[in-house]
Structures are given as C-alpha cells and as structure tokens.
Design a protein around this ligand. Structure first.
Ligand code: N1C
Length: 249
C-alpha cells in the first residue's frame, strides 16, 4: 500500500502541476473535430519535456506542426503586429478572416505559458523564461515555428493589421516582419494589404517610413497597399453583419 500511495501522490502531484494546461489544451482542441487531440498533445510535449526551457530550438516543434498542419485559406488570411486585441475583437464577431489563433495550434496555445525541465517529465506553467530572457525559449520558439508554417500557406490577398499608435508599425524584430513577411512568395500571394489601425492619438499612419521598408522587403510580384482605418470603423464592422467583409474598409 505504501508503494500505491506513493504512486498516487506522485501522479496527483504531476496532475496538479500540469492540470491547467492539459485541460485547457484538450478542451480547446476538442472544438476542432478533424484532429486527434491526444496525438497533437503528445507531439506538443515531445518538443519541450525533459529539456532546459532555454534550449528549445524552433525545429523542436516540427513534429507538432506535422501533426496539425495548417490549411491554406486563400484571400482570408489575417496577420497582425501589436494589434492583437483589435484583430481578435473583430474576428471573434465576424467570419471574414482567419488568424493563427483561429487554427487548432494557435487557439490551443494562445495566451498560455509552458516549459519543461531537464530530468523531469513535468510541464510547468510558472517559472518559465520570459519572451526575451533567452533566445531559444519554449514559448517563443513555438510562436516562431507556428507563424512560419501559417505564413507558408498564405495565398491570394493577404491582410495585415498594424498599429498606428506606435513609433515603428513595421518593426524588424517582430514575428510579422522577421518570420512571416519573408515567407510570402509571389507564386502564392497576390497582394499584401495593410490595414493601419488609427486610434485617437495615433503617431503614425501609412506614410510611416517603416512601411517603405515593408514595401521594399516583400517579394517582387506581390503588390502592396496600405489603408488607414480608424479603430471605431473596425469595431463598427465587427458589430454590423450587414456590412459585407469586403466593404469594411
Ligand atoms: O511579433 P508579432 O506581434 O509581429 O507577432 C504577430 C504575428 C501574427 O501575424 C501571428 O500570425 O505572429 C503570429 N503570432 C501569433 O499568432 C500569436 N499569438 C499570440 C505571434 N505571436 C503570437 N502570440 C503572442 O503575441 C506571443 O506570445 C508574443 O508574446 C506576442 C507577439 O505579438 P506582437 O509582438 O504583437
């Protein structure tokens, strides 16, 4: 009985440590019918379990991406940088665009923190390295890998929402600039349409010099456009289904 108690306590301990992320992962995953969530969870865990949380390279997530590949959704794909709340406030209400967070992998891991530890089978959700604490950290490597795979399937008209309330709306250090834009290829992507989100105290717009860098860094053959759109217009379109997706801005 001592052994059984010990085993029970150990598994209970393990459950307490990782219960939240496990249950969040599965309950979010089960909303998507066409995937085997246990398979996806196992592929997820092999990326970081029993590893130093600062030594998880981007490639560690390759098997996870292979277990839940992204499907191209031409003309509906939405990218963003520093506009997460506006974008999701809109996409939650209207079925006009698909963001990474609308896909299985993006949705199950959105907003979560996780990491493993050398010599342990546990998944921790506290005490993990922050986004910039070390280069190859568990969470950052995931978002880089997932963003790359999502951008790889981009096709047709691609939309990106950038933030007009910051100094450099197209920031070279962002995932959008460093991972996604370089993967848009002219044979798949026709146009890159930037929606610059303008708030009351905006300090930049489509004329910002950083947008020139964006225009110059996209693959030749992809046409570029940028439109300043007020945040209130985006919200209005979100709440009025009678406005067609294509007429929002
Ligand atoms: O660095 P960013 O913006 O340019 O990254 C956003 C860009 C989007 O187009 C997404 O496709 O990269 C993808 N992406 C996510 O979908 C995502 N969901 C949650 C990148 N990061 C994502 N996160 C978290 O947001 C991530 O943990 C990190 O902290 C931010 C990066 O967002 P950003 O700097 O606004």
């Amino acid at each position: 009985t001592a052994l059984i108690t010990l085993i029970l306590c150990l598994s209970l301990g393990l459950t307490v440590v990782s219960r939240n992320i496990t249950s969040t992962f599965f309950s979010r995953c089960e909303k998507f019918n066409e995937y085997d969530c246990k398979k996806v969870w196992d592929a997820f865990q092999q990326a970081y379990v029993n590893k130093d949380p600062c030594k998880v390279p981007v490639e560690a997530y390759d098997p996870l991406i292979a277990a839940a590949p992204f499907k191209p959704q031409c003309n509906r794909m939405m990218f963003w940088s520093k506009t997460k709340d506006v974008v999701h406030g809109f996409t939650e209400k209207r079925d006009c665009f698909v963001t990474l967070e609308d896909t299985l992998l993006g949705s199950v891991l959105d907003g979560l923190t996780w990491c493993g530890k050398e010599g342990s089978k546990d998944t921790n959700t506290t005490g993990c390295p922050g986004w910039s604490d070390c280069e190859n950290n568990t969470v950052r490597s995931f978002w880089i890998r997932a963003s790359a795979a999502f951008a790889d399937v981009a096709c047709g008209n691609v939309t990106a929402m950038l933030n007009g309330s910051i100094n450099t709306p197209f920031n070279p250090t962002s995932i959008f600039a460093s991972v996604e834009v370089p993967r848009f290829i002219a044979s798949r992507v026709k146009n890159l349409n930037v929606v610059m989100v303008i708030q009351k105290n905006n300090i930049s717009n489509c004329t910002d010099p950083s947008l020139k860098n964006l225009r110059q860094s996209i693959d030749t053959g992809i046409t570029f456009s940028c439109k300043d759109v007020s945040e209130s217009r985006i919200q209005e379109c979100g709440s009025k289904p009678e406005i067609a997706c294509g007429a929002c801005w």
